[in-house]
Design a protein around this ligand. Structure first.
Ligand SMILES: Cc1cc2nc3c(=O)[nH]c(=O)nc-3n(C[C@H](O)[C@H](O)[C@H](O)COP(=O)(O)OP(=O)(O)OC[C@H]3O[C@@H](n4cnc5c(N)ncnc54)[C@H](O)[C@@H]3O)c2cc1C
Length: 501
């Protein structure tokens, strides 16, 4: 292949085909040869059905047509995640993809809400958020783009069939020049001097050599973990769930534009409505419940008939010490896994792809500054998500052994300081890199029952009667606007109805 830079992607799950599609879209074929090796015999994890709004950015980056993509993946819309029985049993709240109100003068809306809440004159925080009010009525619309209208102040994500998404991206990437190599990798060859990966050997004996390898081989982490020996940084003392069982069920009438997470004795259960079925799963700590009891709990709490037997998956929370070592970069499950409570895995794949495209080496000799920066930003991404997930665990009733343990753990310093500052006057620092802006933290703090002792002093100036008037007006505007929105089911039926599978 002459002077071309040889990029080899190992694995054809969601991570592998997302990476291949991005390479097809953005790398000059005159300079790069991109191959993807996968084994049909081994297959993919195939769960991973709830996403974040950044996925729309990724699809737009590729130039995918939204309607075509949604039809091909049986997708529905997602305005946030509902948490049921988190905090206290009987409670429910939504973490939305949108903001609460707008700043008034110097202070953000949330600070004013705390003030009124402490004075006993505010409605629940969640009444001041258009996507939450809309979602709870099972309604959906696209943001209308008018900055003066509450119907513009939100983003949305998708629920999708991850297997179909990988298949869709495969066809898309292959049509744009990505070469797919079928075969089971049985050995990884390393360069004796540099320790770099030189080639992967397939069961057929064929070898695929490359300059740079992207390890998307799933939990096996064939290249980064196994061949290069980069260990997993174990975070299971903070996030003790280590198992999941997944089962599809018949679609129910309750076609929600949000994911549901219900806290249970030994973990939590997800419910993800797609067009052709509902995805369900129980994420649990195997020290706290047997597989049989977890399966029975899952099956007893479905909205529709099960369409298969539950499938067990095992994992450990954590990330590889370096996502990029030598000439190998791990993405997806090969690089780490944090339980899907906030639907962050596909987002992490997306971030790894974007950073790789930015930091792509010019030749086979890799400047150490490139992996250093890649690892720094990916560490930031993982750390922020880890802290956000732990927050859901620590603020709960200690009503079963798992919950007694997690509510008493030592927190990472980064999270402990955050909770203290929030309790003080509702402070949440915005940051440049990494997931979850202030509205996300505010929603989960308040939803889990952590409310600041006082409001930011910058929110003191507005007279109380004027504040109450503004709050009442916003809640009424949102309620009126939500009433104009079509049902999620009707919207999908008109916009992107998928063919029966
Ligand atoms: C219980 C659970 C729930 C999840 N829910 C969500 C969610 O709601 N949202 C979200 O964003 N993410 C979720 N995820 C994560 C999501 O499923 C994964 O991040 C995503 O599917 C990417 O997987 P992957 O491509 O890294 O790995 P895989 O799907 O495992 O793909 C690995 C690939 O490597 C290939 N391979 C492996 N070994 C070899 C070999 N020896 N030779 C050749 N090929 C090989 C396989 O054939 C396959 O093609 C969830 C994960 C789990 C476990």
């Amino acid at each position: 292949m002459g002077d071309k830079f040889d990029l080899v992607i190992v694995g054809g799950g969601t991570a592998g085909w997302m990476c291949a599609a991005a390479c097809a879209a953005k790398l000059d074929p005159a300079r790069f040869r991109v191959r993807l090796v996968e084994s049909e015999e081994i297959g993919t994890v195939g769960v991973g059905e709830a996403t974040l709004p950044q996925m729309k950015d990724f699809n737009d980056f590729l130039g995918l047509d939204e309607v075509e993509f949604m039809k091909a993946t049986q997708a529905s819309f997602k305005l946030g995640i509902e948490f049921v029985n988190w905090g206290r049993r009987g409670d429910r709240y939504i973490h939305p993809f949108g903001t609460f109100g707008r700043p008034i003068g110097e202070a953000d809306f949330f600070s004013y809400w705390i003030r009124a809440h402490r004075a006993g004159t505010a409605a629940p925080l969640f009444d001041y958020c258009f996507p939450i009010v809309t979602a709870l009525q099972n309604r959906f619309m696209l943001p209308n783009g008018d900055g003066n209208d509450v119907r513009s102040a939100f983003a949305y994500a998708y629920h999708l069939d991850a297997f179909l998404y990988a298949r869709y991206l495969r066809a898309w990437a292959e049509a744009r020049g990505i070469e797919r190599v079928e075969g089971r990798i049985v050995a990884v060859e390393k360069d004796g001097e540099s320790g770099d990966i030189a080639a992967v050997t397939l069961a057929s004996g064929a070898q695929v050599a490359g300059d740079l390898f992207v390890d998307c081989s799933g939990f096996r982490s064939l290249l980064l973990g196994t061949a290069l020996g980069v260990e997993l940084e174990d975070w299971s003392h903070w996030l003790p769930c280590d198992s999941a069982q997944a089962v599809p069920s018949a679609r129910s009438d309750d076609f929600t534009p949000y994911t549901r997470s219900t806290r249970r004795k030994a973990g939590w259960q997800w419910c993800i409505p797609l067009q052709h079925r509902t995805g369900n799963g129980y994420v649990y700590s195997s020290a706290d419940i047997s597989d049989d009891e977890a399966a029975a709990t899952l099956l007893a709490n479905l909205d529709g008939e099960p369409l298969a037997d539950p499938r067990v998956l095992r994992f450990k929370a954590g990330k590889r010490h370096q996502a990029w070592a030598k000439n190998c970069i791990a993405m997806g499950l090969a690089g780490g896994f944090l339980e899907p409570l906030e639907s962050t895995s596909i987002y992490l794949v997306q971030m790894a792809i974007m950073h790789l495209l930015t930091l792509m080496p010019d030749g086979a000799a890799i400047d150490p500054a490139l992996p250093a920066e890649f690892n720094r930003v990916m560490d930031v991404e993982y750390d922020r998500i880890r802290d956000f997930l732990i927050l859901h665990y620590v603020a709960n009733e200690a009503d079963a052994p798992l919950w007694q343990r997690v509510t008493a753990i030592d927190l990472p310093d980064t999270l402990a300081g955050k909770i203290d500052r929030f309790r003080h006057r509702g402070h949440v620092q915005a940051y440049r890199d990494g997931l979850f802006g202030p509205p996300s933290w505010q929603a989960v703090f308040v939803g889990q029952g952590i409310v600041p002792r006082a409001a930011d002093r910058l929110a003191d100036a507005l007279p109380a009667d004027l504040l109450d008037e503004r709050l009442a007006k916003l809640a009424a505007t949102i309620a009126d606007a939500a009433a104009t929105v079509p049902s999620h089911a009707d919207f999908i039926a008109r916009y992107c109805p998928a063919p029966a599978p």
